[in-house]
Design a protein around this ligand. Structure first.
Ligand code: NAP
Length: 269
């Protein structure tokens, strides 16, 4: 947290005025070094937010931050570690005096059915996807409650809603994020803090590229991913960033506890 007497207006006065759909909002985006998180950071920056990019590879988040307006900061953090998460949120408060938006995007996938999932692998998926989401929400909430406003956007998945092959731990972890989203939304609805989730379908990112490369027939698997999506293509990171922008902004001020499916119709079929 910012030091007592370190007035928010004083801190933000040191930064230029920003314009856009997130003008002047301070947004933490986790997993901002690649894929959906990097695209969300770029869009939020263009829409006037002060973006704090978090990720476990310092060079990746620094490279994305270097593309942005100069008002963005990169803060290395492994979101499964409470001390690193506390430092991340402290740094955001130190730099900008507040946190208005948290995008819980960092996550890992494990391509394995339940029989081939080792307990240590299960625990790691839950440590990053579920514990990491919980830790980040827990760290930003006191500031959001004190200021009486905030928007939390959790990146869940269609995998939390439909059965997919070889996604035992991942699907369970994403279902937990959906449940936590509703719980946080209801708990703090009267305090000005909103919490929503986005459920992406298949999105063309390094995570999916890796899953494709591990398939027995990568090209056939890629074609299958396109074909199983009713819209006829897999998504791009900007599809998810656009939904995150709406949920982060005041345009969604009456929206809490819901999930936005950005999946090309996958779950509707
Ligand atoms: P990605 O490119 O692999 O992005 C995930 C990011 O999270 C990476 O930058 C990764 O950094 C970071 N990360 C992983 N563990 C972390 C940790 N412990 N602490 C901090 N950062 C960590 O994949 P993506 O597709 O953009 O995924 C973003 C989110 O969307 C994930 O939550 C994923 O489950 C969700 N999602 C994706 C899809 C899809 O089809 N792509 C579908 C549904 C949901 P390192 O690589 O350096 O570890």
């Amino acid at each position: 947290m910012a030091e007592a007497g370190n007035d928010v207006r004083t801190i933000l006065a040191g930064h230029p005025e920003r314009s856009g759909r997130l003008a002047g909002k301070v947004a933490i985006v986790t997993g901002a070094g690649s894929g959906i998180g990097a695209e969300t950071a770029r869009l939020f920056d263009r829409e006037g937010a002060f973006v704090v990019l978090a990720g476990d590879r310092p060079e990746d988040i620094a490279a994305v931050a270097a593309e942005l307006s100069g008002e963005a900061v990169a803060v290395p953090a492994d979101i499964s570690d409470p001390h690193q998460v506390a430092r991340l949120v402290d740094e955001a408060h130190w730099q900008f005096g507040r946190v208005d938006v948290l995008v819980n995007n960092a996550g890992i996938v494990l391509s394995a059915d339940i029989l081939s999932t080792e307990p240590e692998q299960w625990d790691r998926v839950f440590a990053v996807n579920v514990r990491g989401t919980y830790l980040c929400i827990r760290a930003v909430l006191p500031g959001m409650l004190a200021q009486g406003s905030g928007s939390i956007v959790n990146i869940a998945s269609v995998a939390g809603h439909i059965g997919l092959h070889r996604r035992a731990a991942y699907s369970a972890s994403k279902g937990a994020i959906s449940a936590l989203t509703r719980q946080v939304a209801v708990e703090y609805a009267g305090s000005g803090v909103r919490c929503n989730a986005i459920c992406p379908g298949t999105i063309d990112t390094p995570m999916v590229a890796q899953a494709i490369s591990l398939a027995p027939d990568p090209e056939a698997f890629r074609a299958e991913l396109h074909a199983r999506t009713p819209i006829g293509r897999i998504g791009v990171p900007r599809d998810i960033a656009n939904a995150a922008l709406f949920l982060a902004s005041d345009e969604s001020s009456f929206v809490t506890g819901t999930e936005v499916f950005v999946d090309g119709g996958l779950v509707a079929r």
